[in-house]
Design a protein around this ligand. Sequence first.
Ligand code: FES
Ligand SMILES: [Fe+2]
Length: 356
Amino acid sequence: MATTADYGLGEFTFPRGWFMIARAEDAVSAPKALRMFGRDLVLYRGESGRAALLDAYCPHMGAHLAAEQSSGAGARRIEGDSIRCPYHAWRFGPDGICNNVPYFDGPLPPAARVRAFPVEERFGCLFAWHDPEQMEPDYPVPDLPEWEDAAWVRCIYDDLGQIPVHPQEIIDNLVDARHFGPVHGQRLAYFNSRFEGVTGRQLSGGGHETMTSEGGVLDVDAYYTGPGILIARFSGETDAVQIVLHTPVEDGVTHVWHGIITRGRQVPPSAEDVELHRQYQQLGLSAFSQDFEIWRTKAPALQILRLPTDGPFHRNRAWYRQFYNPRAQAAGHQGRANGDHATKGLDQAPTAAAAE
Ligand code: FES
Ligand SMILES: [Fe+2]
């Protein structure tokens, strides 16, 4: 298992960005222990419906905020959008600040707080902003308007659990033009990589065993917004969006989720549309599992023996480095990645070629 330092990514062990922490339905009023970004955390949903993510350990005497109270006495742990510690019942708001101690009226010391992470609930996911510099988010969670569109069939995300692989290996996939044939049995008609700020994009087209008929082309626009959220739009004979989310758990261990949504042929989608969606999600999962299997068993690619006809791994890694270094240096890393990059030996995406 290789670490952030092994890849030479930068000074932070865990990257800055929006990361999935749980599926929306996983957050309930009972506090839940999570482990992510090398930290013990507590996730809960307040009475308003707002989800909150806090560091797990109470600053009073260190109890885990998600620990159970076996007596059941005073079991009301969530009050409004605040959570009470199970040990002496100090109460913390979603901002992490202690706002009540049942046996003390005076002003509380400033240290009576835990670290709180900004949380957003979008397209069936709970995302938290992780920032080693503890600053406010500098980009938003991407939009997925299809999720709100009555013509589309939503998904329940597949929780693929943790793999002992550094997220760098998953990120490399974005520009890996040459794995499509061997891993997915896919023939590429064109391939392009495009980086712009916090966005890393792959534009590809090709035949697909199941999603196109003979000679048909499936166009794919797959893009990362920050280091943890990949949205891939498929257009052709079927419109679908694949969502792949990955979050560092420990240094070198990654949690992965996957989902697909599809446009139904009827509004609202018919039973047939729902069945078709179920097949797509399975199909997407099995395609993704082909990558997963390689990642699970491979040695870390600390240095890529890159050939001129490989994809632009070096640009992609430069792009990824921005998230492991102070925000003040982000523009420098982006500058080494920004732009449209063709892969020698492969045609360019029609839009990229037109831009030239
Ligand atoms: S340890 Fe949390 S209130 Fe005492
Ligand atoms: Fe792949």
